[in-house]
Design a protein around this ligand. Structure first.
Ligand code: PMV
Length: 271
């Protein structure tokens, strides 16, 4: 094994809440990070934007543990990647490394440090096109954003519980939507999720303004990942029933926009 690659991810619903034992739905995306072992050197190549909520650090941790794991064993790769993530982030949910390891769409829930439950979601609905708009690398790290949310929770315990319960409810609606068990408008689910994240305080004013414009032109957008408060908030997961309108909007503002494929393969051997 000379080269391995692991995907980045988006969170459809449940970021931050997942740190507090609430469920999240994550999807592996078609942007990958690879590590090639060349003698004693390691060469990293990646198209996952760094520090923007697309799980670049988890993809790195997964690829690195895969390179070291002999024989190939996904459970071990995931466990080791989680340990690396813990060193970086302090209190990660483990969702990012799990979806980067196994790929696809995952229902994920950390019940306790020693018990993390996840299950692949067999998507039955015909998924619409999703776009990513990058609002830029947040000034805060994931660790800082997770601490900010913890502080909010300490100061406003009642409100905090209400928001977490609201996020969990959207996550469950997303699940029913994906499984085609109940009909929901995807734009409404994204909006509901975004507004709860804003209440939690993880979305910057710049990103909020951009999202309001996207809503006004008929679309919906949410931060995906830890977000950012001071200035930029990382990537936005964006939906519009008419993608041309969205592309026109992004171009008029010189924004970086691209189509993203969800439910892609997890860690794999390339060479
Ligand atoms: O921004 P990212 O890609 O590091 O994602 C963080 C997701 C959180 O739910 C905020 C934290 C976690 O550990 O799940």
């Amino acid at each position: 094994m000379l080269k391995v690659s692991a995907p980045g991810k988006i969170i459809l619903s449940g970021e931050h809440a997942v740190v507090y034992s609430r469920p999240a739905i994550l999807a592996a995306v078609n942007l990958r990070l690879s590590i090639r072992s060349k003698g004693s050197k390691r060469v990293i190549d990646s198209d996952v934007p760094v520090g923007c909520g697309m799980g670049s650090s988890a993809a790195y941790a997964v690829a690195l543990s895969a390179l070291k794991c002999k024989p190939w064993n996904l459970e071990k790769i995931n466990d080791y990647a989680y340990k690396i993530e813990k060193k970086h982030h302090g209190n990660p949910s483990g969702g990012d490394n799990t979806v980067s390891t196994y790929g696809g769409f995952l229902w994920y829930r950390k019940e306790a440090e020693g018990l993390k439950i996840f299950s692949p979601i067999k998507v039955r609905v015909k998924l619409p096109k999703f776009f990513i708009i990058n609002t830029g690398k947040p000034l805060e790290s994931t660790k800082e954003m997770v601490s900010l949310v913890a502080e909010f929770g300490k100061k406003n315990p009642k409100k905090f519980k209400e928001i977490l319960t609201g996020i969990e409810s959207v996550t469950r609606k997303f699940l029913q939507y994906l499984l085609k068990e109940k009909e929901y408008k995807i734009s409404e689910l994204i909006k509901e999720n975004e507004h709860l994240l804003e209440e939690l305080g993880v979305v910057s004013e710049t990103a909020k303004q951009m999202i309001r414009v996207i809503e006004r032109i008929g679309g919906a957008a949410k931060v995906s990942g830890a977000g950012g408060k001071k200035d930029r908030s990382g990537i936005l997961l964006v939906y519009h029933k008419n993608p041309k309108t969205l592309i026109k909007f992004a171009k008029s503002r010189n924004l970086d926009i691209f189509l993203v494929k969800l439910g892609e393969e997890g860690v794999r051997i390339e060479e």
